[in-house]
Design a protein around this ligand. Structure first.
Ligand SMILES: NC(=O)c1ccc[n+]([C@@H]2O[C@H](COP(=O)([O-])OP(=O)(O)OC[C@H]3O[C@@H](n4cnc5c(N)ncnc54)[C@H](OP(=O)(O)O)[C@@H]3O)[C@@H](O)[C@H]2O)c1
Length: 154
């Protein structure tokens, strides 16, 4: 499986059920990678999306709630066994932690920022082997650096 997410220096991926930090370039990178593919997310990540379903992608939402509101064109699944092969797993933490397995590929956007908020969601990264990273980029008008990297789960 492939995973794609952004994470701060202190491993925060979300704050108050939203992305920890939004970078336009990173959202484009996410779109470029997942375009015309299958994306799988937990119900809380689905709830957090400002626009949904994400266009030009097959959207799969994991929930154990049988009464979840069904949306035309969206695949509602109640088990990880129903995740199609070659999907992109896009979050959140609860889904990542159940799924990581050896050989999986992680596309991580590292944001050089420390977030300390009471409603933050920290993520435990699995043991991983570094594959590649991009150069450093700078968020326009802010003193925040970020880069894209790829790893294989050990
Ligand atoms: N930085 C990033 O790139 C990134 C990416 C994605 C998300 N996020 C952030 O992460 C946060 C959300 O993550 P989260 O960990 O709280 O929640 P989540 O993983 O998005 O969703 C959890 C929900 O998924 C369902 N679920 C979990 N395991 C399941 C299973 N085995 N079978 C069926 N359904 C299952 C349950 O839904 P029900 O309760 O409906 O049963 C559960 O409450 C938000 O802040 C979001 O913005 C960040």
């Amino acid at each position: 499986m492939r995973y794609i997410f952004s994470i701060t220096k202190n491993n925060v991926i979300g704050v108050d059920n939203k992305l920890a930090f939004k970078i336009h370039h990173d959202l484009l990178y996410f779109k470029m990678n997942t375009y015309q593919s299958t994306i799988v997310m937990g119900r809380k990540t689905w709830d957090s999306l400002p626009f949904k379903p994400l266009r030009n992608r097959e959207n799969y939402v994991l929930s154990r709630n049988k009464n979840i509101e069904k949306i035309h064109g969206v695949h509602h699944i109640d088990s990880m066994k129903k995740i199609p092969e070659k999907s992109w797993i896009i979050g959140g933490n609860e889904i990542f932690q159940q799924m990581f397995k050896s050989g999986d590929i992680l596309y991580i956007t590292h944001i050089n920022l420390i977030i300390e908020e009471s409603c933050m969601l920290k993520m435990a990264l699995p043991e991983k082997k570094f594959l590649w990273k991009s150069r450093l980029f700078l968020v326009p008008n802010k003193d925040i650096e970020y880069y894209f990297a790829c790893y294989k789960v050990l």
